[in-house]
Write a protein that binds this ligand. Structure first.
Ligand code: FMN
Length: 186
């Protein structure tokens, strides 16, 4: 799949059919995460693959009652260990770079899932201590997101995007960017 097609047509999928996602597709999604950029190429990511229905339900409860995530075939939980980033880059590493690393990996996962004909959603609204308890995650590990993945049972209408001209400046903050945008970008 063309990268632009993947970027523009990917949607957050929150309804799934009752069909298991094959393990090799899960591995492919994780491989896409692994090839994301990371600070100093430290690759501090870790992932937990959750397929057990009881555990998925517990995660849905930890995600403030987002019960739809339990209908997915698999939930990939995205974590970072932070010790090497913090050692190398200090406070900024701990507070910012690990989050950026996780976000880059997550976006790769969402695009890869879409390219494989799967549906997925980035879920970060959850109580972290509850997720740590359910999955036995040590407290020094950060939990960034739950990514429920399954075969989609919906094709959402693309949600609104703010025009580029309202978020882009030219040369200086606040200076309007006037550009003749192709019709498709308006
Ligand atoms: C940091 C972050 C956290 C999110 N958390 C949730 C969530 O907890 N539950 C949910 O249903 N969607 C969540 N989303 C998905 C957004 O709602 C979704 O990306 C947005 O509405 C745009 O829709 P689209 O992904 O289909 O383009 C999250 C997205 C991001 C980037």
């Amino acid at each position: 799949m063309d990268v632009f097609e993947a970027i523009f047509n990917r949607r957050s999928i929150r309804k799934f059919i009752d069909k298991p996602v094959e393990e090799d597709k899960v591995a492919r999604v994780l491989d896409a995460a692994r090839w994301a950029p990371s600070i100093g190429n430290l690759q501090e990511w870790q992932f937990i693959i959750v397929r057990d229905p009881g555990r998925k339900l517990q995660l849905a409860e930890a995600a403030l009652g987002q019960y739809w995530i339990a209908q997915s075939s698999v939930i990939i939980v995205v974590l970072t260990k932070n010790d090497r980033v913090t050692r190398a880059y200090g406070k900024r590493g701990e507070e910012l770079y690990v989050k950026q690393d996780a976000a880059a990996a997550i976006q790769n996962m969402l695009l890869a899932a879409h390219a494989l004909g799967l549906g997925a959603c980035w879920v970060s609204v959850f109580e972290e201590p509850a997720v740590e308890r359910i999955l036995k995650i040590p407290s020094q590990i950060d939990v960034h997101a739950l990514i429920p993945i399954g075969y989609p049972a919906e094709k959402p209408i693309p949600p609104h995007r703010i025009g580029l001209e309202f978020m882009t400046f030219f040369e200086e903050y606040g200076k309007r960017w006037v550009k003749h945008l192709p019709g498709t970008l308006r």
